[in-house]
Design a protein around this ligand. Structure first.
Ligand SMILES: Cc1cc2nc3c(=O)[nH]c(=O)nc-3n(C[C@H](O)[C@H](O)[C@H](O)COP(=O)(O)O)c2cc1C
Length: 202
């Protein structure tokens, strides 16, 4: 099949894009509004883009009605956020936290999660999550307009938190212990348990 974007609907383009660009890691993001109310939501338009300084990007797209998601509004207002890895043991909570709640209502309570203060940024981190990256906003790059238009939230990681329970004997993160999940097309997810190793060519 072929799909010419110029002749296709936004929804068809979106569906195909997320079926083809897979698996996508999931940023599980806490942010706060000016009143300090905590918001939590997952974003699979997400990745890391460099390490000096460590840079991450995720994209809260515009809603189908063209409005901004709460996470985007909070990051615009406060300029800080925390990204947690989505892991198998918290898959249900990740999914629950994607529920559209009224601005100011917390998905943290809905998912039955606990918060701990962050060290370098205002938004707290999730107590249950094995990893947390405290981030400061570098720039927001809006691309396009209308439903599902991208907003690249570019952030610098200021602080890493990793639960010792997911480390191996050398102090490296053991993927068999961390067990991240990732997003495929439709309602599909995948685990990171079917691993293989390959040495880089010399
Ligand atoms: C696993 C998963 C990944 C998601 N990825 C994205 C994404 O990359 N961008 C986006 O705008 N919405 C994404 N969503 C939907 C948002 O999580 C959802 O719109 C959420 O209500 C936004 O919350 P907020 O308005 O509190 O920021 C995803 C949902 C799930 C379950």
């Amino acid at each position: 099949m072929h799909l010419d974007v110029s002749a296709a609907s936004v929804l068809d383009v979106y569906r195909l894009l997320v079926e083809v660009v897979t698996p996508r890691p999931i940023a599980w993001v806490t942010s706060v509004d000016r009143e300090g109310r905590v918001n939590l939501a997952p974003f699979s338009f997400f990745n890391a883009f460099g390490a000096n300084p460590p840079v991450v990007v995720f994209s809260p797209t515009l809603r189908r009605d063209g409005t901004k998601k709460d996470t985007l509004r909070n990051v615009e207002a406060i300029g800080e956020f925390v990204i947690h890895a989505a892991v198998e043991s918290l898959a249900r909570e990740v999914n629950l936290s994607s529920k559209e709640l009224p601005f100011g209502d917390s998905e943290v309570a809905l998912a039955g999660l606990k918060l701990i203060p962050s060290l370098r940024v205002k938004p707290p981190r999730l107590a249950e999550a094995p990893t947390a990256l405290e981030c400061r906003l570098i720039q927001i790059v809006p691309i396009g307009s209308g439903p599902i238009a991208a907003n690249l939230v570019i952030g610098e990681v200021l602080m890493f938190h990793v639960d010792d329970a997911v480390l191996d004997e050398h102090g490296r993160v053991d993927p068999r212990k961390l067990r991240t999940i990732a997003r495929l097309g439709g309602d599909y997810y995948c685990r990171s348990t079917d691993l293989f190793e390959m040495k880089r060519p010399m």
